[in-house]
Design a protein around this ligand. Structure first.
Ligand code: CDV
Length: 320
């Protein structure tokens, strides 16, 4: 049987702060219908897909932010996504803000099958930004205020997807894509398909140095293409795009093959579907040759990667 899975990246245009979940979810259901019409078996939505990218908004009373969090999946509001999955025989990946029954907060993604079962859950590990209001920034990035560091590691599961019995499927969320460690941990579990959603502003708002705007998309694509190539996996990277609450998100969603090539790319800042046939057999070449991990990796030389966080100064060279 062919191991070609037809995958749709469902980029979302902006979701304004005043826009209700119902309207965002209606847009997402329309994208699922279009995906099914184009033969897709899996639809991947962005990070925090149900609301505005709220970490840009500072709320002094942290608890008020709970209005942006989901306490259950499905809920009355998110049920139309699950209904559409069943009706259209689609699996979907959803990024959302999760509040657990015991009061923990995570930036989370799930993979849901057409029967509505959650097959895989991931909670974002690399939280960028800061926890307190930063007066130097024109736009805040308060992920460290609103979320805890994910506690599920980087799981991969072999799950039935579309017509395939088993696809080695993993996830990361936005900033995780910039860290080779995220990709390698997935690669070490033989991942074949990485789903990742992101919300990335067109401008670096950190006010600690100039970053040319054109480099923002370059760095995002560079990280995803390198991660896919070095771990012999497909990657579906899906953005929220456009001007949201006055702040520009750069879009440029892509699907990448295990050679690191972009095989589909969004060209608008709107709700936009890109679809690609992903022949998972293509993962074999890299993982049996240049990246045959079992033959060529040297973990004894990599101990610093898990032993330390920050970079240490090297010893100073002295003559003789
Ligand atoms: N949502 C994110 O994690 N965004 C980050 C920041 C740095 C903008 C990103 O890495 O794209």
């Amino acid at each position: 049987m062919s191991r070609t899975l037809t995958v749709a990246a469902a980029q979302l245009g902006p979701i304004q702060r005043a826009e209700g979940r119902n309207s965002a979810i209606a847009r997402m259901v329309r994208l699922m219908e279009r995906a099914q019409a184009r033969g897709a078996e899996l639809v991947v939505f962005p990070e925090l897909a149900l609301t505005t990218f709220f970490p840009r908004h500072y709320l002094e009373n942290r608890a008020e932010a709970d209005l942006w969090f989901e306490t259950s999946l499905p809920s009355n509001e998110t049920a139309p996504l699950f209904d559409a999955a069943r009706r259209l025989n689609l699996s979907f990946h959803l990024g959302y803000a999760e509040r657990t029954p015991d009061g923990h907060h995570y930036n989370t993604a799930v993979l849901v099958n057409p029967a509505g079962q959650i097959m895989l859950k991931y909670r974002k590990v690399h939280l960028p930004g800061h926890a307190e209001f930063d007066p130097k920034r024109a736009v805040q990035h308060l992920e460290k205020r609103y979320f805890e560091v994910g506690n599920l590691g980087f799981p991969v599961i072999r799950a039935p997807l579309g017509h395939l019995d088993g696809v080695n499927t993993g996830m990361m969320i936005c900033n995780d894509r910039r860290w080779p460690e995220s990709w390698r941990v997935l690669g070490l579990q033989s991942v074949e398909l990485v789903m990742l959603g992101y919300n990335t502003p067109s401008l670096n708002q950190a006010a600690s140095g100039f970053e040319a705007p054109h480099l923002r998309v370059f760095h995002s694509h560079l990280s995803i293409q390198a991660g896919a190539y070095q771990n012999a996996t497909f990657a579906v990277a899906v953005a929220k795009a456009g001007t949201e609450d006055g702040n520009e998100l750069f879009g440029h969603s892509i699907i990448v093959n295990p050679q690191g090539e972009i095989i589909a790319q969004a060209t608008t800042w709107d709700d936009e579907l890109i679809v690609a046939d992903c022949n998972l057999e293509q993962c074999q070449l890299g993982r049996t040759t240049i990246f045959a991990f079992d033959k060529h990796r040297r973990p004894e030389a990599y101990t610093a990667i898990t032993a330390q966080t920050g970079a240490a100064d090297p010893p100073v060279w002295t003559p003789g």
